[in-house]
Design a protein. Structure first.
Length: 257
C-alpha cells in the first residue's frame, strides 16, 4: 500500500477548509482589551507566587523594615507590600504629586480590574445610570468630543483610598480611556508642582505626564482636578483633553459657584 497522503482537489482538501473556517471566524469584541487585562492579572499572580518562596518574604521584610524605619523618621507612610500596590506605587512615583490621583484611579478601576470591560457592552442609559446628576454636563462634554470608535461602558462615582472620584470609563476593541474628576486637595496644584503646562490659553492650562503606556493630560480649577488617562498616543490624548477642556472647566466651575 502507498504511504502517500491522499491528494484532494483544492476545494475538497480538509486542511484548506479548516484554514478558511478559522480565517472567517470573527474575533469576540474587545478581545485585545480583555487579553491585556488578563496579562496584567497573570503578572500580578506571578508576583504573588514569588512571595510564596521561603526566602522572599524574609528578604522583603528586611527591605520593607529598613525602608519603613527610614520613612517613619522622615514622616512618610511605609511602603505597600501587596504586589499590585507595589506595581502601582512604582508607576505613580514616575508622575507628579498632583497627577497621581487620576492615574491611581485609572489603574485601580480600568487596568487592574476593579471595574473591568464587561462581556456585553451596555446601552448608554445603562452605562451612565450611576453617574451623580450634578456631573451630567461633564458626560455631555465627553460625548461631544470622544473619538467615534470609543464607547462609554461605565460612568460612576468610586472610592479609592478614602477619596471620591467621578470616573467615566471608555473602550474600543483594543484601548482603554478614562475621564476622571476628583476634588482638589489643599496641597495639590500643578503650579505648586512646578509643572510647565503643555498648552495654556483661554483661562485653561493643560498639563501632561507619561509612564509606560499610560498617557495623562490634566487641568485644575479652584476646587477640582480633571484627568484624561489612556493608552492613546501622546498627541491624541492631548488633543482630546484640549477639545474637552473648555466645557469640562465650565461644568466644574458651575459646581463651585
Amino acid at each position: 500500500m502507498s504511504s502517500q497522503p491522499p491528494n484532494f482537489p483544492p476545494d475538497q482538501d480538509p486542511n484548506n477548509r479548516l484554514r478558511q473556517a478559522v480565517r472567517g471566524a470573527a474575533a469576540p469584541p474587545h478581545l485585545p482589551v480583555k487579553i491585556r487585562q488578563q496579562l496584567d492579572q497573570v503578572r500580578q499572580r506571578k508576583a504573588t507566587a514569588l512571595w510564596a518562596r521561603p526566602w522572599v518574604p524574609v528578604a522583603a521584610l528586611l527591605v520593607v523594615g529598613v525602608a519603613g524605619g527610614l520613612m517613619y523618621r522622615s514622616g512618610h507612610r511605609a511602603l505597600p507590600v501587596n504586589p499590585q500596590e507595589v506595581e502601582s506605587a512604582a508607576l505613580l512615583s514616575n508622575v507628579s504629586h498632583t497627577m497621581r490621583p487620576g492615574l491611581d484611579d485609572h489603574l485601580h478601576c480600568s487596568v487592574y480590574g476593579g471595574n473591568p470591560v464587561p462581556n456585553r457592552m451596555p446601552a448608554l442609559a445603562e452605562a451612565v445610570q450611576d453617574l451623580p446628576p450634578q456631573f451630567r454636563e461633564l458626560l455631555a462634554a465627553v460625548q461631544r468630543h470622544i473619538p467615534e470608535q470609543f464607547r462609554i461602558y461605565s460612568a460612576h462615582e468610586c472610592l479609592r483610598s478614602g477619596r471620591k472620584f467621578v470616573h467615566l470609563q471608555l473602550t474600543t476593541d483594543s484601548q482603554l480611556l478614562s475621564v476622571i474628576v476628583t476634588s482638589r486637595g489643599v496641597d495639590e496644584s500643578f503650579v505648586r508642582d512646578k509643572i510647565i503646562p503643555s498648552l495654556a490659553g483661554a483661562g485653561t492650562s493643560i498639563y501632561q505626564a507619561k509612564t509606560l503606556r499610560f498617557q495623562m493630560a490634566a487641568l485644575e480649577t479652584r476646587d477640582y482636578l480633571a484627568y484624561v488617562v489612556s493608552d492613546l498616543s501622546e498627541q491624541q490624548n492631548l488633543d482630546l483633553m484640549t477639545a474637552m477642556a473648555p466645557e469640562i472647566r465650565l461644568a466644574l466651575e458651575k459646581l463651585e459657584s
